[in-house]
Design a binder for this molecule. Structure first.
Ligand code: HPA
Length: 289
């Protein structure tokens, strides 16, 4: 067994990762052939929030199964398709259903849709998720503008050789675009929609947190906890997209309420918040300059 750089690189990037990552150009080519235009916004819809894809005008729906390198989405509440269409006059590409670390997907797969959207020319990344409330003021149904994040996944999607033209050590000091955050706050205010703001902490899951972990995340400065978003946001920043993130708090974090946590509760909170959530997203899109 030699200890060459190539061997070590192969350990860091198992064959599947390299294979998947290599399919991004094919997926870009394929999506370009299906889309009628260059998207102005790329959005990822979190658990229970896929309904927004149905609001698009002139939709073009592309199941994940047709896209080179894409696994099929397998989580309840996630649809497994890309939908391009117009919302509030904006050309939007939405990913309904995402690839999670807890499903066993390598990070290059988790973040592939972001790289594809960037290569298609989308300048803005709108990321949404369902999250547990850590801040005691953020009860179920709270919409939380993501101000910043804590990466508690123990991994980073940029580990490995940097892609052509990308910085080795990208800045994350304003990962969530201050201008877009201001726009979201102003929109919520004008529409009379309550919008909290806080720090999203990302864990891998799939087990929910213990009460001790929820207390720890609170001490670290987290206001919400979830199992997604951070790998996609880090990737969006390295490819130069502006990011707007919104969490829907679906349940109190473990131990905050006596009830056990349950995925059905997450999906139900999505249904309840749907009208407010859609109104806020429409408002933001209509105000983008
Ligand atoms: N923890 C982690 N992820 C989640 C939660 C939670 O409480 N609720 C929705 N996604």
């Amino acid at each position: 067994m030699t200890d060459s750089n190539a061997d070590r690189a192969a350990e860091v990037h198992p064959a599947t990762d390299a294979h998947r990552a290599a399919e991004v150009p094919a997926a870009v080519e394929f999506m370009r052939s299906r889309l009628p235009w260059t998207p102005e916004v790329f959005g990822v819809l979190g658990s229970g929030l896929g309904f927004l894809a149905d609001a698009l005008e002139d939709p073009v729906s592309v199941p994940f199964a047709e896209i080179p390198g894409f696994p099929a989405a397998a989580v309840a509440g996630h649809q497994g398709r890309m939908v391009a269409g117009v919302l509030e006059g904006r050309k939007v590409l939405l990913q309904a259903g995402r690839f999670h670390v807890y499903e066993g997907h390598p990070l290059p797969v988790v973040v592939a849709p972001v790289r594809i959207a960037a290569a298609l020319g989308a300048p803005i990344f709108l990321v949404t998720n369902a999250a547990g409330g850590i801040n005691p003021d953020f009860g179920p149904g709270t919409l939380m503008l993501i101000q910043d994040h804590l990466n508690l996944m123990g991994r980073n999607p940029l580990i490995g050789p940097p892609s052509e033209g990308e910085p080795r050590f990208p800045d994350m000091s304003a990962a969530y675009d201050p201008g877009l955050r201001g726009l979201a706050r102003a929109t919520a205010r004008d529409l009379g929609i309550a919008l909290a703001e806080g720090v999203y902490a990302a864990v891998t899951g799939p087990s929910y947190e213990t009460p001790a972990e929820v207390r720890m995340i609170g001490l670290l400065g987290g206001d919400a906890v979830g199992m997604s978003t951070v790998p996609e946001v880090i990737t969006a920043r390295v490819v130069g997209m502006r990011v707007l993130g919104i969490s829907l708090i679906t349940n109190p974090g473990a131990g905050i309420s006596p009830a056990p946590l349950d995925h059905a509760e997450v999906l139900e909170a999505g249904r309840e918040a749907a009208p407010r959530f859609e109104q806020l997203i429409r408002g933001v899109l209509s105000r983008l300059v």
